[in-house]
Design a protein around this ligand. Structure first.
Ligand code: ATP
Length: 608
């Protein structure tokens, strides 16, 4: 990456940190500057105290020096403690804040992208890099204060060692100015070695993480999700799927064994870096000791010079390291930004949805295939949903009914043709406003481990009267009355010990109540009564017209008898619409698909 781009990426990283972790970097920078200055105070005053003891031995000066040393160290440590408290409080929220970056993106990204394997791999890689290793934003947070420490360290140690080179011993070799250049050269060299090793380390790391992405995902699934999630744990026990999990975990052990070789290489790099620093330190010691032996300065100054030179070696080598690190973390940040910048096609529309009035949705020659597949699951579909119309969609499994609904709510866009709302392509409307027109109950709906009322209102504030009305319409009232805390009753035990477990049918009724509560002009129900017992189903249908009122309703069901109340029934077969009409009209079509489906079901209800 070119320097200009690295600067731009780093700046964007700082902007993102300011947005998601406000004031964290600023506080860390101040704490780092205080921390960096603190050892120099001790080094400088220690030198002065030793010189005083070995020189004038003036008690007053000694007491003053000791008091200043202790007082300043105390002041620095108080400042550090106060700042560190603020930092740890902010850092404790940091990972949650990072998590929010990903949840924000996942909420706004196109639904189709959530299923796209490549995009999911991309997300997993940047997420694991950040959360497992702190790469990218984490490095930026840690490296910025380190950079400040180094700069302060270099400036302070140069200031404290300047007199070392000026001090005369009378020996031409030791007094030569060449030592300044030599010291600078050795430090730069040590820094360059450090930087080179860091690049090597990063290359090894890259190879390791490339392989690790899949294994981490598999590890979470086979090592945790399979056993911990009750929905899966049941089947795992009944079908002994733990044996498959054991086999896959054994493969992962093999991968980890290979990775440990790479990790060994990484620690070898670290060892070499320490060695180069050690050599530099030894040379510094020799130089200062030689000058002191020849009487260039008092013993106390040895402490000052050695301490300051060591800080200089460390800071210079760290500075190179951090500058190299910038190449590394800007690479990780770039990966993060590429993921965050994936276009959200659904959110390009800006037209406001007309308020009130009648909504007519029209599918015009719509065909669709899922991302990554070439097979059209909807083929040239034409259908109009008029305001107030009760529309049923029926057909065999896999005929394309749910896919039709997914296009209606723009989880996906048609691959051919268009969908119009009051004559305008739905892609032109503001996405959130468009979605507000619909209430959905999908087959695979999900409720949350939250109070019942919040589940129904999909919000923290619940209109109790309205919620209870919807509960009644969804035939849940009897069960609701048994719930210990009414609308405050928590569902499931995940987050509350007092939570109630609910059956599949009860969950479906709650999902139905949630759709009714939203009160949108169009309600879409994908097999809303599949899990209901016959009496509850009858209750829902008996009140259905009343419930739906003059709203448009799209209704998918395999129980054809429950579609009879609809104004129009559309029959799907292999992605095409093959019939349209009322129940009676469709039954008259002797060789029609509808009659075939109807007869297949009806024979079980006819007494023999
Ligand atoms: N996310 C997906 N990716 C790829 N193909 C999919 C996806 N979802 C569904 N399909 C395929 O699209 C076809 C239509 O599925 P759809 O769920 O629309 O049928 P359906 O009529 O609602 O069926 P059912 O009555 O079983 O609910 C099926 O062949 C299915 O395998």
């Amino acid at each position: 990456m070119k320097l200009k781009e690295r600067i731009a990426v780093t700046r964007r990283g700082y902007r993102m940190l300011a947005e998601y972790c406000p004031k964290l970097i600023r506080t860390k920078v101040i704490a780092a500057a205080a921390e960096a200055l603190s050892p120099f105070v001790t080094i400088w005053f220690s030198g002065r105290i030793i010189n005083e003891i070995t020189g004038n031995r003036d008690i007053g000066t000694l007491v003053l020096l000791v008091l200043l040393t202790v007082g300043l160290s105390f002041a620095f440590s108080m400042i550090s403690n106060a700042l560190n408290r603020v930092i740890s409080e902010k850092e404790s929220r940091m990972w949650n804040n990072f998590d929010k970056i990903f949840t924000d993106k996942q909420m706004s990204m196109d639904f189709a992208d959530l299923e796209d394997q490549e995009i999911q791999k991309q997300r997993q890689k940047v997420q694991e890099n950040l959360f497992m290793f702190g790469n990218g934003l984490g490095q930026l947070i840690w490296d910025t204060p380190s950079l400040v420490k180094m700069i302060v360290g270099i400036v302070a140690s140069v200031a404290m060692t300047a007199s070392l080179f000026a001090a005369r011993t009378g020996n031409a070799v030791l007094d030569s100015r060449i030592w300044i250049a030599a010291a600078a050269g050795i430090m730069v060299l040590s820094g360059l070695i450090g930087a080179r090793l860091r690049r090597r380390e990063e290359k090894v790391f890259e190879r390791w993480t490339d392989n690790a992405v899949w294994y981490n995902r598999a590890f979470t699934f086979y090592g945790y999700a399979l056993y911990a999630e009750t929905a899966r744990a049941k089947d795992v026990r009944l079908y002994r799927q733990d044996r498959i999990a054991d086999r896959e975990m054994a493969k992962m052990d093999e991968h980890n064994r290979k990775s440990s070789g790479l990790l060994r290489k990484m620690s070898a790099c670290q060892g070499l870096l320490e060695l180069s620093r050690g050599v530099c330190n030894a040379l510094c010691y020799l130089f200062v000791a030689a000058k002191a032996c020849l009487g260039a300065f008092a013993v106390g100054s040895v402490v000052q010079y050695v301490g300051a030179l060591m800080e200089l070696v460390k800071s210079t080598s760290d500075l190179f390291f951090v500058l190299t690190e910038n190449k590394v973390y800007t690479g990780h940040l770039k990966g993060l930004f590429e993921y965050l910048d994936l276009p959200d096609a659904k959110r390009q529309g800006t037209l406001p949805v007309p308020e009130g009035g009648e909504y007519i949705v029209e599918f015009q020659n719509v065909s669709f295939h899922y991302p990554g597949s070439e097979t059209d699951v909807l083929k040239n579909v034409n259908l109009t949903l008029r305001a107030g119309k009760k529309q049923a969609l029926v057909g065999a499994n896999g005929a394309g009914k749910t896919t039709f609904v997914k296009l209606l709510c723009r989880l996906y866009d048609p691959t051919e043709g268009q969908i119009l709302l009051n004559g305008t392509d739905i892609r032109e409307y503001d996405y959130d406003e468009y979605l507000n027109l619909f209430s959905f109950v999908f087959q695979d709906f999900k409720l949350f481990a939250l109070p019942l009322g919040e589940n129904i209102a999909a919000a923290e504030t619940v209109d109790a009267e309205r919620a209870e009305d919807c509960i009644r319409k969804a035939a849940l009232y009897d069960r609701y009355r048994e719930m210990p805390d009414g609308l405050e009753t928590w569902l499931y035990h995940d987050l509350s010990e007092k939570g109630v477990e609910i059956s599949g049918g009860e969950a479906q009724k709650i999902a139905l109540a949630r759709a009714l509560y939203k009160g949108s002009p169009v309600i879409v129900l994908d097999e809303p009564t599949a899990a209901l017992d016959p009496i509850a189903e009858e209750q829902v249908y008996a009140g259905f017209s009343n419930t739906v009122g003059d709203r448009t309703a799209v209704y998918i069901s395999h129980r054809l008898s429950s579609c009879r109340f609809c104004d129009e029934i559309t029959v799907f077969d292999k992605g095409c619409i093959v019939q349209n009409g009322t129940h009676e009209e469709l039954l008259e079509e002797e060789n029609g698909k509808y009659k075939e489906l109807w007869d297949a079901q009806a024979k079980y209800y006819v007494q023999s």
